[in-house]
Write a protein that binds this ligand. Structure first.
Ligand SMILES: [Zn+2]
Length: 116
């Protein structure tokens, strides 16, 4: 998918948060990736490692936590797990009117920093 853009935006956000809180270096960045988001963890780490050089996150590692994607049906209110990419249909009533509750995309969930 577009791991290079995701890595870029993660890095930007992490650097901004770190500086905004008055810290100097980023040691670890934790992100959650939804299983149905079609983002490759290996490609994300590869791109992150290439981009982090020269930034305050140059020594940072990227921890990736894969989380299940869940959806909710607007027609019958049922909740269900989603395994496929962007093929969402309620398993209860067959309605296509479903919303994704969690695990859709990439979310920055943790930042480990140091002040010196
Ligand atoms: Zn339904």
């Amino acid at each position: 998918m577009h791991e290079v853009f995701i890595a870029e935006s993660l890095l930007e956000t992490a650097v901004w948060k770190c500086k905004d809180s008055g810290f100097r270096r980023i040691k670890n960045i934790e992100v959650k990736i939804g299983k149905a988001s079609a983002v490759s963890a290996e490609a994300l780490i590869f791109n992150f490692d290439a981009l982090k050089a020269g930034s305050i996150a140059s020594e940072a590692s990227l921890t990736i936590v894969e989380i299940p994607t869940t959806g909710r049906c607007k027609t019958c209110g049922g909740e269900f797990g989603v395994n496929k990419d962007f093929v969402f249909e309620c398993p209860g009533c067959g309605s296509g009117s479903v919303i994704i509750e969690s695990g859709n995309g990439v979310e920055l969930t943790g930042l480990e920093v140091e002040s010196v």
